[in-house]
Write a new protein. Sequence first.
Lengths: 132, 132
Amino acid sequence: MEKLLAVNKSYLIVSPIVSSVIGMSSAGFAETPPPPYYAVIFTSRCTKGDNGYSETSDKIVTLVAQQPGFLGVESVRGADGLGITVSYWASEEDGLRWRRNAEHQLAQQLGKKTWYQDYSLRVAEVKRSYIK
Amino acid sequence: MEKLLAVNKSYLIVSPIVSSVIGMSSAGFAETPPPPYYAVIFTSRCTKGDNGYSETSDKIVTLVAQQPGFLGVESVRGADGLGITVSYWASEEDGLRWRRNAEHQLAQQLGKKTWYQDYSLRVAEVKRSYIK
């Protein structure tokens, strides 16, 4: 498990969250174990302009990889500001802890910044996976 | 339920899958009912260039909204070709049917085209949701 986390942490360094921040290209696929495991699906819309978004994304990327039960993350933001980030977790408890943590971070930022116009968070149990 | 589907179908017209095809901006959030329901998480990477991608995206958008149990869809593709599409379904059976259908469509296209380098499909049960 420690090896898996290490692999995923190094993988995260070239994750699309980072690539959207620093503009690099990446593989972008999370290497998850066989189900069951958990997914936190975070959909968000940013306002135009950066407004501190990069800084907070960096902070959240660092945070997510440090959480217990972290398995991997996939994240894309489109040119129109809509973004989907799916993080994967060993247990529902791990996912819920991250959800609370992410909401806390977002709430802190929402008090100061305006770049998240809207967001939704869903916690789901992955039951089947098909990797090409 | 019929009303909900009708709302979601009209909502789909301005979904980000469509917007990625025709270049328009949109709200992009799926309006899902309270959990439990199901999510099909589709992560993919396209090769550079269109290579028939728009045509097949159109076809898949039309297909997804016609499936039984369809609740909504959220989709983003980044500038580097990585895309995440999460479709939501009333039951696991509905989600699995879509998964098979999507794989069938992809397999047909993969035989002819080269724009999906890689993809993964995950079927998950949404247990909790938090909409801002």
